[in-house]
Design a binder for this molecule. Structure first.
Ligand code: C2O
Ligand code: CU
Length: 465
């Protein structure tokens, strides 16, 4: 069947809007981004919602750039309060990291800040503010950044799914409860309305036999997604932007804590007219359908899966010297139970904040933040083994800026899948070990990406010099 017929058939299905298209940025050519109050049709049926957006959009424009080209963004603050842009997962110079009070001064209303760096790694990344993050991200400020490989794997289509969630009031407007002590001491500010590329998801049209590359971004402030692709067997080809051994996700479930990304290869193995759900299993007892993969009636693109390599070319990551690694212990604690008894006044460090890293709670100065001394000073070029222990009964996606961490298995050897993470999802009372090469000089944030935990103390600074 001629290709045009497939497209026509696919178009007959209600199509979920693709992520906002945008042309690839040109090497070194400035791209202006206006950070603005605006509005968006988040709800499939319901009123328009007032949001804040990059170029007035939520998610913001998809920024695409070729690996090693220079990305230049002129961020124009059209809000009535300061902001910054943090480039989540990018290995960039410290001054471009977007952390107010630590790597730059916040961009004041009406001001412009020029971000400029050349991403060394191809992959799926994203951007968001690092100032009053709970409110600014919660009002819609986040977007995807795709760094293109020179030699991407052969696929028929690439889909980007930027996932988020929202707390809306009865009028469909964003509830302004961004710093509720209850949310801070529990699971964070989880909203019941889930959006994919800024809309409540319905159907995604697929054609039998096609090979898809799915780029998943969890841009929610606190919600963990645990996705199953009924009737399909996707393979994970990258985690947090970094290529890994193509592998089936454990138990068929793709875990995405806040801030995390996964790139999947999904062969559309269904038949014309079939429908399959993508289901969120975060709540085991009540799996929640996220969307439907709707096969067009029109035909079959190919009878058997595309016979082409899936693995991505490795990025130029530093090689950990595990034999000479220095150990670092990170202990994450707090939450409901701790917050209410005993923590405040504890040596004067925690100031009543419910979460700590190694017993210390980072306070966020409302006019900036992060005037905290580094928790650890790392020697430039040295390999460290970070043992992370969660002493709380809550989940914590622990994010490190500026460097990626190589996942180690329980024996202390690299996980055979070759997972380089910028965010490590720690289960309640769980433990994880990772290795990192301190190859990027500067002061870098390490924090829980449940933004309400971050803002209520679970953050620290690692200095590399
Ligand atoms: Cu995506 Cu410090 O964060
Ligand atoms: Cu947390």
């Amino acid at each position: 069947m001629h290709r045009r017929h497939f497209l026509a058939a696919a178009a007959a299905v209600t199509v979920l809007p693709l992520a906002r298209p945008s042309a690839a940025l040109l090497d070194g050519e400035p791209r202006r981004i206006d950070i603005l109050p605006s509005q968006a049709q988040l709800l499939a049926e319901g009123p328009v919602t007032k949001i804040w957006g990059y170029d007035g959009l939520t998610p913001g424009p998809v920024l695409r750039i070729r690996q090693r080209d220079r990305l230049v963004v002129e961020a124009v603050n059209g809000l009535a309060e300061p902001t910054t842009i943090h480039w989540h997962g990018l290995r960039l110079p410290n001054a471009m990291d977007g952390v107010p009070g630590l790597t730059q001064n916040a961009i004041q209303p009406g001001e412009t800040f020029r971000y400029e760096f050349a991403p060394p790694d191809a992959g799926t990344f994203w951007y968001h503010p690092h100032f009053k993050t709970s409110e600014q991200m919660g009002r819609g400020l986040f977007g995807a950044l795709i760094v293109e490989e020179p030699d991407p794997p052969a696929v028929d289509r690439e889909l980007l799914w930027v996932l988020s969630d929202w707390r809306l009031d009865a009028e469909g407007q964003i509830a302004p409860d961004f710093a509720e002590p209850f949310d801070q001491a529990h699971d964070g500010r989880i909203g019941p309305v889930i959006t994919l590329n800024g809309q409540e998801p319905g159907e995604v049209a697929v054609t039998a036999g096609e090979r898809l590359r799915l780029r998943l971004v969890n841009a929610a402030e606190a919600r963990i997604f645990v996705l199953a692709f009924d009737g399909h067997a996707p393979l994970v080809i990258a985690r947090d932007g970094q290529p890994c051994q193509p592998h089936a996700p454990d138990g068929g479930l793709v875990w995405l804590g806040p801030g995390m990304r996964a790139d999947l290869i999904l062969d559309a193995a269904g038949k014309p007219g079939e429908r399959f759900q993508v289901v969120d299993h975060r709540n085991d007892k009540h799996p929640r359908p996220l969307l439907t993969l709707a096969y067009g009636q029109g035909g079959i693109l190919r009878e058997s899966p595309l016979d082409a390599p899936m693995a991505l070319t490795a990025n130029p990551l530093p090689r950990p010297d595990l034999a000479n690694a220095a150990p670092l212990e990170l202990v994450f604690a707090g939450g409901m139970g701790m917050a209410m008894h005993g923590m405040s006044g504890d040596g004067g460090h925690t100031m009543g904040l419910p979460w700590t890293v190694n017993g210390l709670a980072m306070d966020h100065d409302p006019a900036g933040m992060n005037h905290t001394a580094p928790l650890f000073n790392l020697a430039l070029g040295r390999t460290y083994r970070l043992a992370m222990t969660n002493q709380s009964d809550w989940w914590h996606p622990i994010h490190l800026h500026g460097m990626h961490m190589l996942a180690l298995d329980p024996t202390g050897q690299p996980d055979p899948r070759g997972l380089w993470l910028d965010t490590v999802l720690l289960p309640p009372q769980g433990r994880a070990e990772v290795a990192l090469v301190a190859d990027n000089p500067g002061r870098w944030m390490l924090h829980c990406h449940v933004i309400q935990h971050q803002e209520a103390g679970m953050a620290a600074v690692l200095a590399v010099a």
